[in-house]
Design a protein around this ligand. Structure first.
Ligand SMILES: NC(=O)c1ccc[n+]([C@@H]2O[C@H](COP(=O)([O-])OP(=O)(O)OC[C@H]3O[C@@H](n4cnc5c(N)ncnc54)[C@H](OP(=O)(O)O)[C@@H]3O)[C@@H](O)[C@H]2O)c1
Length: 338
């Protein structure tokens, strides 16, 4: 297989390249050359896909599959797809569950309505950018476009820092505010399982939209944090706390306490998407303990979460230590800070 990855030196693209190299595929990455390294043997093409003439390096190339991780302006997907439509049989666009138009019913599948977005848009919010990217891929490649609507992506290389924040917090030890309930079902995908699925289905020429995340409850909040305690060896004590007082104190799920979206929250659907189609199409998800252990190993190697490759910086995730301490004290004393 000859694979072209548009991007390829960050989190998802990097894992996709690593998996393809592991398979012995011929791999080319196309990016500006500003971020990250490609493994030995990977061909590097340079270009800025937002600049006039920026796709010139793709002209004359031939590949069996392209994977595009773009999350900027949809027009860049449209232009790249146009440049490649005659030389590549299949286009995989790494999309997101954020494309669904709110309110979204928990348990919805791929037929749920998506937000309005144009294939040639040059801006928009994240949902519009991803939905526009999907539209651009389908407009040019039709049923030769595979739309992989990932959800929360965890694993080595994670550049948003959600699981890394929990690992760092648990590694610091002491009492840790653990947002309950302990058996809260999570929905996420390990980046390496996502990469395998993208390449397997892309190589087969599968088209259409898929929610590519694990089943809700593949792991629980308790299993995730227990694995973090075990792997860091910090002896941290998880102080399981009901969601109500945490929310009443103004803590924002997902951002202040990453990964956590309590039952009944307006964004709970992000952890309860129907994934029947992806599992029927061969998605296999590794145990949470493996994701946590490998992310911890990676984090110790790199020491800090890397900046996102070529993407706008996101607000830092995680509760400040003083705020967590105040919450813990309030839980013990029975009075939560407002
Ligand atoms: N993290 C999550 O939980 C989550 C959840 C759902 C979906 N997703 C989706 O997963 C994807 C994550 O992608 P990633 O950032 O990890 O991809 P990536 O392909 O690993 O990294 C981004 C690449 O884009 C290149 N790039 C940036 N600007 C460019 C430009 N103007 N022209 C050409 N290349 C450019 C960067 O290299 P240079 O800077 O050197 O050009 C880099 O190689 C996104 O589509 C996101 O929407 C993520």
């Amino acid at each position: 297989m000859r694979l072209l990855v548009l991007g390829g030196t960050g989190f998802v693209g990097g894992a996709t390249v690593a998996e393809a190299v592991r398979r012995g595929w011929s791999v080319t990455v196309f990016n500006r050359g500003l971020h990250g390294d490609a493994p030995a043997g990977v061909h590097r093409l340079r270009g800025d896909r937002t600049a006039p003439g920026g796709l010139a390096a793709l002209v004359g190339g031939e590949w069996d599959l392209v994977v595009d991780t773009w999350d900027g302006a949809p027009r860049a997907v449209r232009d790249a797809a146009r440049a490649l439509v005659d030389s590549v049989p299949h286009y995989v666009y790494v999309s997101s569950g954020s494309v669904y138009a709110e309110p979204v019913e928990p348990g919805s599948d791929e037929d749920a309505p998506t937000v309005e977005a144009a294939a040639d848009a040059v801006d928009g919010d994240y949902a519009q950018l991803k939905a526009g990217g999907e539209r651009a891929a389908v407009e040019i490649f039709g049923d030769r476009a595979l739309l992989a609507r990932a959800g929360l992506i965890l694993g080595p290389g994670e550049d948003i820092g959600r699981l890394p924040w929990w690992l760092g917090r648990v590694a610091r030890g002491g009492e840790v505010l653990a947002p309950g309930p302990r058996d809260l079902p999570l929905q996420y995908v390990d980046v390496r399982d996502l990469a395998r699925w993208l390449l397997d289905r892309g190589a087969e020429g599968v088209g259409g939209a898929y929610n590519v995340v694990g089943r809700t409850g593949h792991a629980t909040m308790g299993e995730l944090l227990d694995a973090a305690v075990a792997v860091t060896g910090s002896g941290a004590v998880l102080r399981w706390t009901d969601p109500e007082p945490i929310l009443a104190a103004g803590v924002v799920p997902w951002n202040d306490l990453p990964v956590w979206i309590p039952l009944g929250h307006e964004y709970r659907w992000l952890q309860e998407r129907d994934v029947t189609r992806a599992y029927a199409a061969g998605l296999v998800c590794r145990p949470v303990a493996e994701t946590v252990a490998d992310t911890w190993r990676w984090l110790r190697e790199v020491e800090r979460v890397p900046p996102r490759a070529g993407r706008p910086a996101r607000a830092a995730v995680g509760l400040a230590p003083e705020r967590e301490a105040a919450l813990l004290a309030a839980v013990s004393g029975g009075v939560m800070p407002a």
